[in-house]
Design a protein around this ligand. Structure first.
Ligand code: PSU
Ligand code: MN
Length: 304
């Protein structure tokens, strides 16, 4: 796979010298936030990773090449070009084969980060088990990838657009450790609280790095999901979000939107329904995850 991967000069240098590297996804840029906030976010995420001690490696497929570390013009393309598709793990091969462009989801970014030798990845929220999954079987490939790819994923939990109890059950079944960062509760993305308790908590990045190294040494191939609550000042209470989410879900159903279109549709409608407040929170929590991700990557580089 090596020659399919195109590293930026900075990422290649960091990997060669064992410096901390942090993977970042591109679906959040292309399909998770509107322009121009998406581009500002992408640049700020990279700046925060650097300031927190890790080389940022934003991952996307461009012209059929797996790009690990992007130039400014590439970030701009992802943020503005509506023809850039949403690529989950199953779409990687075909996108490369047709020399296409694709923004990578959590599942695809994990799988490509692993192929590229990057062990830590920060995002906003992961995909999960959708509400109504008992009828429609909509379960994000993110959960499957977490069960089989040894990458630490730093998230603010899963969005309340999902069925959170079922998402946690599924992660348990798939043997994915879910560790609350300085919390015993699973955060609900926009909200710090979900009412769902976790079985594991870590208060320091070092402990997360140690857990990962133990899994590696013992041949356990699953990833680790870190649940890092949104900073208090950006929290939007669950009850408030729930009203907007229920409305957006009804609209999606009426319009017949499902499959991979559903998550981007819901995210966009929620930004409109909250008059932009959800976007401010989304940005804050994702940047907060980048900071923690960089700290974990730094700790891993020290301990490895
Ligand atoms: N959560 C967000 N913003 C996002 C996504 C999730 O807050 O942009 C994206 C991620 O890339 C995630 C994907 O992997 O949505 C999940 O999509 P699906 O439900 O189709 O698996
Ligand atoms: Mn889905």
């Amino acid at each position: 796979m090596e020659n399919l991967i195109k590293y930026s000069t900075d990422v290649a240098a960091a990997l060669a010298s064992g410096k901390p590297v942090l993977a970042l996804e591109s679906t959040i840029i292309a399909h998770g936030m509107p322009y121009p906030q998406n581009l500002e976010f992408a640049r700020e995420a990279e700046a925060i990773a650097l300031a927190s001690g890790a080389e940022p490696a934003t991952i996307a497929i461009l012209g059929g090449k797996v790009c690990v570390g992007l130039e400014n013009a590439q970030l701009e393309k992802l943020a503005t070009d509506p023809t850039v598709g949403k690529v989950a793990t199953r779409e990687i091969g075909l996108t490369v084969a047709r020399k296409g462009n694709g923004a990578t989801t959590v599942s695809a970014t994990m799988s490509l980060a692993h192929a590229a030798g990057v062990k830590v990845f920060a995002t906003g929220g992961i995909g999960g088990v959708h509400r109504g999954a008992e009828e429609n079987f909509d379960v994000s490939a993110d959960l499957v990838e977490l069960s089989r790819t040894p990458v630490i994923v730093v998230s603010a939990g899963a969005k309340a657009i999902l069925d959170l109890p079922k998402t946690l059950e599924y992660l348990e079944t798939m043997s994915v450790p879910v560790i609350g960062y300085q919390t015993a509760e699973f955060p609900a993305f926009y909200s710090r609280n979900s009412g769902l308790m976790l079985s594991a908590t870590a208060n320091f990045p070092q402990k997360i790095a140690k857990a990962y190294l133990a899994q590696q040494e013992l041949g356990i191939s699953s990833g680790i999901l870190i649940a890092n609550p949104v900073p208090e000042e950006f929290d939007i209470p669950l009850e408030i979000m729930d009203r907007h989410i229920t409305k957006a879900l009804k609209e999606a159903q009426a319009k017949g939107i499902d499959g991979k279109e559903l998550t981007p549709f819901l995210l966009g409608r929620i930004v409109e329904l909250t008059k932009g407040e959800s976007l401010v929170t989304n940005r804050a929590l994702a940047l907060n995850n980048v900071k923690l991700g960089a700290e974990i990557a730094a700790s891993l580089a020290e301990q490895a």
